[in-house]
Design a protein around this ligand. Structure first.
Ligand code: ATP
Ligand code: MG
Length: 180
């Protein structure tokens, strides 16, 4: 008989653009696959292209986008798969919705000062947002609601990606989602 720890769960990364969600998610994906676990990454950008190419960035559209991700994650999780989500998911209430529908849910806040994110500007979008060319850009012209009680907070401006990934694995073991 296999115990609870064999079951799926959602590992949900939230944080500002360029905070490090995708980078850490991909490291964890590889680590968990190496352990022989079934994993899928639902990255905000990719899911948007596939499921919601017509959606914009108003609050309603962002919420719809996140609810779609939560739905797919729920299907994966209930089939024993680890669903890693990397999406800005800026609204507290919508993340709570995802937690409620998925059940086995680990929220990881990738905390990084907006100044550092602006400097990284992986996609060049902060630059455009700061020039006023993008309306509703999270952190600049749209709100980001910090998690109040996430399972884990990562500080990506003072940890390496590998250190952050290590801390995620350690926390998953503590929470009983992974074996040591
Ligand atoms: N501890 C860390 N964790 C993650 N990324 C880090 C860390 N330290 C530095 N970085 C760097 O920060 C950048 C984060 O970019 P990444 O694409 O992962 O962000 P993101 O949160 O997925 O952004 P977006 O919301 O725009 O998709 C990368 O260039 C990465 O190398
Ligand atoms: Mg990303």
């Amino acid at each position: 008989m296999e115990g609870m720890r064999e079951h799926g769960f959602a590992l949900w990364f939230t944080g500002l653009p360029s905070s490090g969600k995708t980078t850490i998610a991909r490291l964890i994906e590889h680590e968990l696959r190496a352990r022989g676990l079934k994993v899928e990454v639902l990255d905000g950008d990719e899911v948007r292209q596939q499921l919601s190419p017509q959606l914009g960035f108003s609050k309603e559209e962002r919420d719809m986008h996140i609810r779609r991700i939560a739905y797919v994650a729920k299907l994966l999780v209930r089939n024993g798969i680890i669903a890693i989500v990397a999406a800005i998911s800026p609204y507290r209430e919508t993340r709570q919705y995802a937690r409620d529908v998925i059940g086995r849910f680990v929220e990881v806040y990738v905390n990084c000062p907006v100044e550092v994110c602006i400097e990284r500007d992986v996609k060049g979008l902060y630059k455009q947002a700061l020039r006023g060319e993008i309306a509703n850009f999270t952190g600049i012209s749209d709100p980001y609601e910090e998690p109040l009680a996430p399972e884990l907070v990562l500080y990506s401006h003072r940890e390496t990606p590998a250190e952050s990934a290590r801390r995620v694995i350690t926390r998953l073991i503590e929470l009983g989602y992974l074996r040591a």
